[in-house]
Design a protein around this ligand. Structure first.
Ligand SMILES: Nc1c(NC[C@H](O)[C@H](O)[C@H](O)CO)[nH]c(=O)[nH]c1=O
Ligand SMILES: CC(=O)[C@@H](O)COP(=O)(O)O
Length: 153
């Protein structure tokens, strides 16, 4: 029986990290977690590029441009969509999730959903390096695992 599984080792692979500047306080913490995890698992500084966009809604367009450039093995999307008083949250988060999924499926490049979608700032802080870990770090691990897995298929 053959079992395929991605190893958590990065060897010469290239990553684009897209970060939303909206809620930058959270986004920068997710970015630190993602960079730290990539480096700890073997990625080199020069193999990582960081691209800031205004908000999460802009992520899919830039992800598509990066994914079709042929320069990256994986794209990691980071940011925080935090529910406000209006329905804006639903529009931003649904377009973001759909956009990320279609770029990934259409291009064959793993585009990782590391954007928080929370009901409160507290929930976001908990997931940006405090009691619920760092989802930027988790997203980086997923990128490494998917790149490694796809290289075996
Ligand atoms: N409210 C949040 C936004 N809103 C901004 C949009 O993402 C977008 O930049 C704007 O509508 C212009 O197209 N973005 C986040 O990343 N997080 C939010 O909580
Ligand atoms: C998720 C958002 O877009 C949010 O910040 C918007 O807040 P509001 O609904 O209060 O305008």
């Amino acid at each position: 029986m053959k079992v395929l599984e991605g190893k958590l080792v990065s060897d010469g692979k290239k990553y684009g990290i897209i970060v939303a500047r909206f809620n930058e306080f959270i986004g920068s913490k997710l970015l630190s977690g993602a960079k730290d995890t990539l480096i700890r698992h073997g990625a080199k500084d020069e193999e990582i590029e960081i691209i800031w966009v205004p908000g999460a809604f802009e992520i899919p367009l830039v992800a598509k441009k990066l994914a079709t450039s042929g320069k990256y093995d994986s794209i990691i999307c980071l940011g925080a969509v935090i529910r406000g008083a209006t329905s804006h949250f639903e529009y931003v988060s649904s377009q973001l999730a759909k956009g990320i999924a279609s770029v990934s499926n259409d291009t064959g490049i793993p585009v990782i959903f590391g954007v928080l979608t929370t009901d409160s700032i507290e929930q976001a802080i908990e997931r940006a390096g405090t009691k619920a870990g760092n989802k930027g770090s988790d997203a980086a691990l997923t990128a490494i695992e998917m790149v490694n897995l796809l290289s075996q298929i």
